[in-house]
Design a binder for this molecule. Structure first.
Ligand code: SOE
Length: 374
């Protein structure tokens, strides 16, 4: 059993989600990896103190630099807003810490390339919070595609729609400032769809996209009588070609009335089709052209033993997992890679590739041209 001392930076919604995963990982995976919640930092002292008390961190601070320099801490976990992800990650790596960072990895592709270089140079393990890839059904889908049973991938059509910002009266948030978030729906939502396309089908070679701001101003949370500018995309859509010859399109809208968690894809293969949506995350629809002509149709496959780490949770099919379980699996993989001193599959290089596509989409939206991922 190897204990890993964890320093968490950011005590908001994702800090709580990660903390819950640390508290759950041993209940599910036994003592293969044992996180020790050592310290938590947040610029808001009340948040840091409350999270430390709620989840049992040994100490708390308002200074993230104390965490990255703490000789005891082995893993630095970053759940702050986007603009601080890479500066903190690089400082942690330079102190020899392993780093686990929420998505999107960076503000720009250049920043992601630099962060990945620093992390690889430091020889530390890195992990990025693309938790939807960690749904055991996605391991099954990737194995099914890799098996060739459905032929070759032809087209990946993906989306990630939410209606979280559907009300124009919804107040302004940090995600709507370029200085804090860079892109809008593209980096916040479509980055997850890109993580699935990259994980299931492969790397993207070129893109052609557009972005749109639907609600240009929103009430200032500090003074609703004032309006603040929305500086990044409410809607983004882009076409792309994979390096392996397949093609695709991704659509994302953060004002999509009625869509709460509509992250999904339809992967058209030469000999079949796979359809998934996160709002029904414990099932996937499979079509096999080889089925008997009298019976050809989509089959609903429920999450089951044999799908990734599902059996670590339940022995029977269809008992269902949730968002929190995906995060627990993500934490398990992060800690296991540290214990076994090997690269994590969803690491900074994986996150860097997603950022390179994001920057290319933004460039394409400006130039109205196809843009290659260099
Ligand atoms: C946006 O509303 C958001 O919180 C994303 O930032 C998360 O990455 C996603 O998992 C849920 O939706």
């Amino acid at each position: 059993m190897k204990k890993i001392k964890v320093g968490l930076i950011g005590a908001g919604f994702m800090g709580r989600t990660h903390s819950n995963a640390y508290k759950s990982v041993n209940n599910i995976f036994g003592d293969e990896v044992v996180p020790e919640l050592t310290a938590v930092a947040d610029i808001n002292a009340d948040n840091a103190k409350a999270l430390a008390e709620r989840y049992g961190f040994q100490r708390w601070t308002t200074e993230w630099k104390e965490i990255v320099a703490d000789p005891e801490i082995e893993l630095v976990d970053i759940t702050t807003p986007n603009a601080s992800h890479c500066p903190i990650a690089m400082e942690a790596a330079r102190h020899g810490k392993h780093v686990y960072c929420e998505k999107p990895l960076a503000m720009t592709a250049a920043e992601a390339v630099e962060a990945n270089r620093v992390v690889e140079e430091a020889g530390v393990v890195s992990s990025v919070g693309f938790n939807y890839v960690r749904n055991p059904i996605q391991q099954y889908v990737r194995e099914l595609i890799a098996s060739g049973e459905l032929g070759e991938a032809v087209n990946f059509r993906g989306m990630y729609d939410q209606d979280y910002y559907n009300d124009p009266e919804q107040k302004h948030e940090w995600r709507m400032f370029k200085s804090a978030s860079a892109s809008g729906a593209l980096g916040d939502l479509a980055s997850h769809t890109l993580s699935l396309s990259q994980y299931l089908v492969g790397d993207i070679a070129e893109v052609c996209g557009m972005t749109k701001i639907v609600v240009p101003e929103r009430p200032d949370p500090k003074d609703p009588s004032k309006l603040l500018p929305v500086e990044n995309d409410d809607v983004v859509q882009f076409l792309f070609n994979f390096r392996n010859g397949a093609c695709g399109a991704i659509f994302s809208n953060r004002l999509a009335a009625g869509r709460k968690m509509s992250l999904g894809y339809e992967i058209q293969m030469t000999n079949g089709c796979i359809v998934y949506n996160q709002e029904n995350q414990n099932q996937v629809q499979i079509y096999r052209h080889d089925d008997d002509k009298r019976e050809r149709g989509f089959k609903t496959v429920l999450i089951a033993p044999g799908h990734g780490e599902y059996e670590r949770f339940f022995g029977g099919a269809g008992i269902c997992l949730g968002y929190a379980d995906q995060k627990t699996i993500e934490v398990y993989h992060t800690l296991k890679c540290i214990v076994e001193n090997r690269p994590c599959e969803i690491d900074f290089r994986f996150g860097m590739k997603v950022m390179q596509v994001i920057d290319a989409v933004l460039e394409s939206a400006e130039t109205r041209q196809w843009v290659a991922i260099r």
